[in-house]
Ligand binder design. Structure first.
Ligand code: NAX
Ligand code: ADP
Ligand code: K
Length: 515
């Protein structure tokens, strides 16, 4: 699913109005009817008080139009206009007149107005600001937002929580509404997926307001939300007459004294995701643990006992994943540097391999083209330097990706894969995966997919998706706390099956629920 920026949304609005020969008021009417149906479906006429807070722009216009539909269907409403500017939009005024024609007189709230009384079981509709927010709200509007939160009532935000900018962080955490639910028109917004802004969007849904599909199709976006539908075409089916050679020989390179487990996790993950052959390259101390833990894998050992000091082997791996548990000893740094000189094809660089690159910046020029770097935010900061907000983080990551012709996987909730100017946001996974070694597992998955012939970008996107899906399936059985990195490996098979399961037809779904 594409994620549009404000400019693109305004362009889509006006293209649609022109192409469908409708007025912006009719487009707003469509939007407000979608809002109404969503609410009506869930409320079924319940006599719950609904307090609508409307700004003076089109977001506010949506709110006024929604108020009209609610009133027409017998809902108990109270309309408040948050009068933060004299510049009223035409569609706002049109909808205000319609309310007045129905004898509905909104409260006009200014800086010195008393805050209306709202019960904790009431519902608040936040239609104060939408995507047109272009500066921080006035202090009295900030106070009003704080009062909304203090009521404890359910807050439904129209299009975007008021106070959130579409393209930058906010000045102060109190300057935006924390919405229980956000109804976004036509597509989700980038702020729904960023660590800094997630607290303002507990849940979200998209309402189709019929923006022109052709326009949306041809509009290139920087960000794309990757769900099952987007990822499924990446899958490479297995042929009957195939042998393990078809699935490559992967090399997992890492480990140091006391951190051999990371290599065991990556190696097991690499086998489970479908690599044909896997060799682990570890210091001497890793030989026995690996041979015992992963009998399917072969092991090559470095001449160093406790950490890698010279990487030499004569096999031609089809994919390499390096860095897990590697440590950053001086000899390991020079060994990795010499290895990168010889390594020409795209590989996975994770954990200490990234830390070594960060500490020895000249090695950055040795990253093989198309390589996949998989930092968590801390490792990313060592690589890029600090950022002021998530938007700058993504900007710097894209720049690094372009400059070093590599793919960056920013791990975390909604792991984001940056490849040049494009970013792919993963939409599964859960906090149970915040557990030791789950990144090692991801390295194994991506390396194993590379080994099977997936292109680097496909391997990164598909690996992250399978990792999150396996994590989700594991969490349904184990909950969050008990989930370990091994759980993710154990559920990768079910993740493939779940991904490849044909979508259930309607009757199958009803049969299942009746059974
Ligand atoms: N164009 C259309 O027909 C449609 C627009 N839609 C709605 O329109 C919204 C965008 O509406 P607008 O562009 O009018 O903008 P908003 O309604 O988001 O903001 C209202 C106006 O307030 C001003 N403003 C921004 N920040 C301010 C601040 N801190 N203090 C005081 N004034 C400030 C701006 O000039 C802005 O135009 C979307 O979020 C969506 O809800 C939807 O109804 C879809 C249809
Ligand atoms: N809250 C979360 N929601 C979803 N996935 C998460 C969350 N926290 C962590 N993860 C995933 O778990 C993995 C953590 O990786 P990492 O920090 O490298 O762990 P380790 O270094 O212990 O292997 C990443 O794939 C990340 O996307
Ligand atoms: K809003």
């Amino acid at each position: 699913m594409k994620i549009f920026d404000a400019k693109q949304i305004y362009a889509a609005d006006s293209f649609t109005i022109q192409k469908q020969q409708i007025t912006s008021d009719e487009l707003m009417e469509r939007a407000s009817l979608q809002l109404f149906h969503w609410l009506h479906q869930r409320m079924q006429g319940a006599p719950v008080k609904i307090h609508l807070f409307c700004g003076i722009g089109n977001n506010g216009g949506d709110g006024l139009a929604l108020a009209r539909h609610l009133q027409e269907h017998g809902y108990h409403i109270e309309v408040n206009i948050v009068n933060y500017s004299e510049k009223r939009s035409p569609d706002f005024l049109t909808n205000l007149d319609r309310l007045k024609a129905r004898k509905i007189w909104p409260n006009i709230l200014n800086g010195d107005s008393a805050f209306p009384s709202i019960g904790v079981d009431d519902i608040i509709v936040d239609a104060i600001f939408g995507i047109g927010l272009n500066r921080s709200p006035a202090p009295w509007v900030v106070d009003l937002m704080k009062n909304l939160k203090a009521t404890g009532a359910f807050i439904l935000s129209v299009d975007v929580p008021s106070g959130l900018f579409m393209d930058r962080g906010i000045e102060d955490p109190e300057f935006a509404v924390e919405a229980d639910f956000v109804l976004s028109f036509q597509a989700p917004k980038l702020v729904f997926f960023l660590p800094e802004t997630a607290r303002y969007i507990k849940q979200w849904d998209v309402l189709d307001i019929g923006l022109d599909p052709e326009f949306l199709e041809k509009t290139e976006t920087t960000y794309k939300l990757m769900g099952k539908a987007e990822v499924l075409p990446l899958y490479r089916p297995r042929q009957k007459f195939s042998h393990k050679g078809h699935y490559g020989h992967a090399l997992i390179l890492g480990g140091s004294y006391g951190k051999i487990g990371a290599v065991i996790l990556s190696t097991s993950a690499c086998l489970r995701v479908g690599a044909g052959l896997v060799t682990a390259y570890v210091p001497q101390c890793g030989l026995l643990p690996l041979q015992i833990a992963c009998p399917e894998a072969m092991v090559l050992t470095d001449k160093g006992e406790k950490y890698i000091s010279q990487i030499e082997f004569d096999l031609e791996p089809s994919a390499v994943g390096a860095g897990i548990g590697l440590g950053t000893e001086k000899e390991t740094v020079s060994a990795l540097s010499a290895f990168l000189d010889a390594q020409k094809s795209a590989m996975v660089l994770d954990a200490d391999a990234l830390n070594i690159l960060s500490q020895n910046r000249k090695l950055l020029d040795k990253i093989p083209e198309g390589s996949i770097l998989t930092p968590h935010p801390k490792e990313l900061e060592r690589l890029l330097g600090s950022w002021k907000d998530d938007f700058e983080k993504l900007q710097k990551t894209r720049e690094f990706s372009v400059n070093h012709r590599c793919i960056i996987v920013i791990k975390g909730a909604h792991t984001t894969i940056c490849a040049g100017e494009k970013c792919y946001i993963n939409n599964n996974g859960n906090p149970g995966m915040a557990t030791a070694g789950s990144g090692d597992v991801l390295t194994g998955f991506i390396t194993g997919l590379l080994s099977q012939g997936y292109e680097p970008l496909a391997a990164a996107i598909f690996g992250v998706f399978l990792h999150g899906m396996a994590g989700d399936l594991a969490a349904t059985e184990q909950g969050f706390e008990a989930l370990t990195a091994n759980s993710i490996i154990d559920f990768i098979g079910k993740a493939y099956i779940e991904l490849l399961r044909p979508p259930q037809t309607q009757e199958q779904q009803t049969e299942e629920t009746e059974a």
